[in-house]
Design a protein around this ligand. Structure first.
Ligand code: 13P
Ligand code: SF4
Length: 303
């Protein structure tokens, strides 16, 4: 294990590489990363760093986002099969049809989407800024929100806006069971429940707060509570424990595992740096259009 850490560190220096890891990555991948964070934090970091190479420990749409924001850099995804099933639930043809059915509507796409879908969207958003992005759009405009119906419902409830929602969802969050959460709540009645907005309504309704993964980490640090039930992918528990050794965390359901996030391993990070694989490069024309939607997102609060 130490040997792998040493080899990755040497190559990271030699290639002037930065390793970005999403909060859902395995413990050891998070530990080797230069930066860990949620989709918004990692997008910002991908757009603003001095590295020549970005090793993206996450899923395809995240590496594509990094390539769109930093086209001059080499962006590597250590496992080419690490995709996001939710992002694959809508393609550009389906979005174009939806736009035709709703002329004049403004399209907001969740960052969990393909580069082609971003390219025909007006705004991008993450779970950390979706409400702020929608609020920033003229109040008389109808909004098309793709692809996550759960995050879309949360935004609709919080903004009261006229929104058309695409019926996509994250299988990891959507199929988590409310009765698993209820049992954990019964065992730990004073714990606060933090849920990701990708969760279905029955889980969201049991939560004290709906937060992106980065917002969960920030909230727990400053909260005076000591026990938390976490309704999102289990990988985040590692950072929560590391940053708050005196606090206790329970996962809301053992089903909260994203098999795609877990495809990235330390070995694959090493191979990525050794063999320059897998290079993710969004074609220039698509990237230029998608960048506009992403830049609007990166500019919106929270800072
Ligand atoms: P965050 O932006 O909250 O980290 O979420 C990303 C994601 O893929 C959730 O499933
Ligand atoms: Fe996609 Fe869900 Fe995995 Fe996030 S947790 S990457 S939305 S499948």
């Amino acid at each position: 294990m130490n040997d792998i850490f040493g080899k990755i560190n040497n190559l990271r220096k030699k290639r002037n590489a930065i390793i970005l890891a999403h909060n859902y990555q395995s413990d050891e991948v998070q530990d080797i990363a230069d930066v860990t964070g949620d989709s918004l934090e990692l997008s910002r970091k991908a757009a603003d760093n001095n590295a020549d190479v970005i090793v993206f420990c996450g899923v395809l749409f995240m590496a594509e986002t990094a390539s769109i924001l930093s086209p001059q850099k080499t962006v590597l995804l250590p496992d080419i099969h690490a995709g996001c099933p939710m992002a694959d639930m809508i393609d550009e043809k389906q979005l174009a049809e939806l736009k035709d059915k709703n002329p004049g509507a403004v399209v907001v796409c969740y960052v969990n989407s393909s580069a082609e879908v971003k390219a025909i969207s007006d705004y991008c958003c993450t779970s950390a800024n979706a409400v702020d992005v929608v609020k920033s759009i003229d109040a008389d405009k109808k909004i098309i929100f793709v692809p996550d119906k759960n995050l879309g419902q949360v935004v609709k409830e919080r903004t009261g806006r006229d929104m058309v929602l695409w019926p996509g969802y994250c299988p990891t969050h959507h199929f988590a069971r409310a009765d698993d959460l209820t049992k954990i709540k019964e065992l730990h009645p004073s714990a606060e429940v933090l849920a990701h907005p990708e969760c279905p309504k029955e889980i969201r309704d049991c939560a004290n707060l709906l937060l992106s993964t980065g917002q969960m980490l920030k909230y727990v640090k400053t909260s005076d509570k000591n026990e938390f039930i976490i309704a999102t992918e289990v990988g985040i528990i590692h950072s929560l424990k590391k940053q708050n050794p005196e606090k206790v965390f329970y996962t809301a359901s053992e089903r909260f595992v994203c098999p795609n996030m877990k495809k990235i391993t330390l070995e694959k990070v090493l191979f990525a740096l050794e063999d320059n694989k897998y290079v993710i490069r969004v074609p220039d024309e698509t990237a230029a259009k998608a960048r506009k939607a992403l830049e609007r997102m990166v500019a919106v609060l929270p800072k």
